[in-house]
Design a protein around this ligand. Structure first.
Ligand code: PLP
Length: 451
């Protein structure tokens, strides 16, 4: 219970934060979150802040559910750790695998556990390459991804990702990863209709396969809705065309559901919302609502059968960690038994959409879009022409994010896009508060940017 300033000084002295400029942090001091309940965070100064990001897009069932703490405590007392290597297993890993097979669409009946989404995507790189090698096609190694995609921070997953700042750190992407353009109509669509643009961007996959050679391409990976790239909701024509191309050229399709999974888009998985039938799905975040670190690769019958025909030389100490599995199971029980995903589809998401889209009337907002419970607005100096802020992209977003904080609202900025992904349990009243605070923050940001 030290004073905030003292905690901030210790933090700046000893703690290196992800995606943060350390000396700026030292100058301003980090915001210290001390507890949370439902959708509300409390900081060390006693401010009550509406978390419209569900942490990092993960606290789907909301904060403060004692049942998950109790599940963790029970499991820690019974069996705090055992591994799943070398023909051993334990009940939580079995029970969670069985539950996931029940919840996932079509024949995604097998899970390879990881500790995070990054680790799961690293698994996927080796999984799809091993699959093709086992099938006698070892040259099929290339994984095609998209620019501005986010698939994690490890060397493999950041290579799959298309974040230029991460690649610029040196040595990335690793060999045999190829990036095509993203389906971002608002920013890059020019004079095309969204439908034309969606098809054009999807056909870049076909061009890339033909250019690289069918015999070299192993898989395509994409987030149903790009999250960290700015909540880029693809035109309706995009995913069906991607699916057609993957089927035509026998390319494995990996849906990265780390954000979209577990109800975020109004169905259990984003693939269902967008009509995608992947061979592999990456999951993490909402799997445990962030209460314990856990991720995984969900694998279809055919791919699992091939992989199971060899010893897949891959695994993590925490693959199928019993405490994380027990917490995830309890989280899935709550999501299912409380009908949270159904309520999102029938009630919460339509209400949020109606309110969120009113922000498009604000003079600073060029578009306001939402898919289920993940939305974005594009800040624009000239909304009639879908113009972006020319100088120093991101400044307007940063100003807006700071204004949100000042209004006790956590919204994230990605360049000049503001994004939300609130806990799925947010109420109508809390949505009204979110929109009111976002509106006030936009007014303040607009005033500052017009100075
Ligand atoms: N994939 C997607 C789509 C993500 O959004 C993220 C994280 O934000 C990851 C993978 C990486 O997950 P993690 O941070 O758990 O490693």
């Amino acid at each position: 219970h030290m004073p905030t300033a003292q905690l901030q000084a210790l933090d700046a002295a000893h703690h290196m934060h992800p995606f943060t400029q350390g000396d700026e942090l030292a100058a301003k001091g980090a915001r210290i979150i001390t507890r949370a309940k439902g959708v509300t965070l409390t900081d060390s100064e006693g401010h009550e802040i509406l978390d419209a990001m569900a942490g990092l897009w993960c606290v789907n069932i909301g904060y403060g559910r004692d049942e998950l703490a109790e599940a963790a405590a029970r499991q820690m007392k019974e069996l705090p750790y055992y591994n799943t290597f070398f023909q051993t297993t334990h009940v939580p890993a079995i029970a969670l695998a069985d539950k996931l097979a029940e919840l996932t669409p079509h024949d995604l009946n097998h899970v390879f556990y990881a500790g995070s989404g990054s680790e799961a995507n690293d698994t996927n790189i080796r999984l799809v390459r091993t699959y093709w090698a086992q099938k006698g096609k070892p040259t099929k190694k290339v994984i095609i991804s998209r620019k501005n995609a986010y698939h994690g921070s490890s060397v493999g997953s950041a290579s799959l990702g298309g974040m230029s700042a991460m690649h610029a750190q040196g040595g990335l992407p690793i060999p045999d990863v190829h990036h095509i353009n993203q389906p971002h109509w608002y920013g890059e669509g020019g004079d095309m209709t969204p439908e034309e643009f969606g098809l054009a961007r999807a056909r870049e996959l076909e061009d890339a396969i033909l250019e690289l050679g069918e015999d070299r391409v192993a898989a395509f990976i994409g987030e149903p809705v790009q999250g960290a790239g700015g909540v880029i909701i693809p035109p309706e024509t995009y995913w069906p065309e991607i699916q057609r191309i993957c089927d035509k050229y026998e390319i494995l399709l990996i849906a990265d559901e780390v954000i979209c999974g577990f109800g975020r888009t109004g169905t259990w998985f984003g693939s269902e919302s967008f009509g995608i039938k992947p061979h592999v799905m990456t999951i993490a975040k909402g799997l445990s609502s962030g209460y314990a670190p856990i991720g995984g690769s969900l694998v279809c019958d055919e791919v699992a059968e091939v992989i199971n025909g060899c010893e897949f030389a891959h695994g993590y100490t925490y693959s199928g960690h019993p405490v994380a599995c027990a917490v995830a199971l309890e989280n899935l029980r709550i999501l299912q038994e409380e009908g949270i995903v159904d309520r999102v589809a029938s009630d919460t998401a339509p209400y949020l959409k109606k309110k969120w889209e009113t922000l498009a009337d604000h003079p600073l907002v060029g578009e306001a879009r939402i898919a289920g419970m993940m939305g974005s607005i594009a800040l624009s100096p000239d909304k009639a022409n879908r113009a972006a802020f020319a100088a120093d992209p991101g400044t307007a977003g940063l100003i807006c994010r700071e204004a949100c904080f000042a209004n006790n609202l956590v919204m994230r900025h990605v360049g000049d896009r503001m994004v939300i992904s609130p806990p799925l349990v947010i109420t109508h009243e809390e949505i009204d508060t979110l929109i009111a605070r976002a509106g006030a923050a936009l007014d303040q940001a607009h005033a500052r940017l017009s100075d």
